[in-house]
Design a protein around this ligand. Sequence first.
Ligand code: NAD
Ligand code: LMR
Length: 329
Amino acid sequence: MTTTITITGAGGQIGYALLFRIAAGDLLGPDEKVRLRLLEIPQGIGAAEGAALELQDGAFGLLEHVEVTDDAATGFDGADLALLVGARPRGPGMERGDLLAANGGIFGPQGAAIAANAAPGVRVTVVGNPANTNALIAAASADGVPAERFTALTRLDENRARAQFAQTLGVPVATVGRLPIWGNHSATQFPDVSHATVAGEPAAEALAAIVGDVPAWLDETFIPRVAKRGAEIIRVRGSSSVASAASATIDHVRDWVRGTEDWTSAGVVSHGEYGVPAGLISSFPVRAVDGEWRVVEGLEIGEDARRRIDASVAELVEERDAVRSLGLI
Ligand code: NAD
Ligand code: LMR
């Protein structure tokens, strides 16, 4: 079988980091052939065409076909997976809210083009910021495609959280589990250590033994470090994260398609779980089962966690109201 994958913004930085990993089989495994559709705007077509030439030169056995286009109907034709990366990235000093108007106009037409042209079971992952609200806009414009098929990337935040947690505890990152992100992919996000495990065992005691005052460490060190990591990368590199974002995108889509053994994080449509207003695309602890994300239900939410989740969700509500007033949903 061959999977058709559309990547928007394929001529950009993240696109370049994604394409070769997909062609190498990191997304769908060593037996699944892929057909790539690279959707760009006219200014980005040259870069996407250059990437297509390099894909050819990579002689990837799994890569059946590459098409470069600036036409959304062609770009999403038959797409099983759509990775919506193309957007204007945040520069130094910009907050994600500044991007709403700039990027909101992109995702409505793309949602409509997905509904009209993609495969019936299409799964959409929005990477372009502000990712949660862009996913909301795309879903709202995609008549007939269930909102559950539109997701926003918060796996990069979870990967960052797991890496910081592992470094603090002095354990391999692969042993850290159950460290979900709640809310928005923004500085208000809540990386939640209250259920964290190391090698499958609760990590609370080990954490307290190392950091002492856990609430102070969360407040002053861990949560700001994770939530502001995007800005830190921009400050240090001079532009926003690329390879780590592409890698997290691979993690997200691979897990969605192939399933998870334990919890991870994804921005998915709320059905009112944990008091998050229905219809928002919010990050939750999730599992992927039978090709669908399922929110992990029944978790106890402490007072501090409740306050932090509510703050991030309030920002999502503000973003939704802003794009509503711009006529984008
Ligand atoms: P980039 O500027 O290098 O590339 C963006 C590409 O998108 C450009 O080639 C541009 O021509 C193209 N593009 C713009 N509008 C388009 C449209 N309507 N259709 C198709 N293509 C279009 O940026 P980048 O570094 O690759 O980042 C892409 C996006 O990903 C940004 O919004 C960035 O903020 C976001 N991002 C998200 C996460 C996350 O975790 N969710 C992490 C990192 C970056
Ligand atoms: C990130 O988290 O690295 C990206 O969303 C880029 C940004 O604007 O922070």
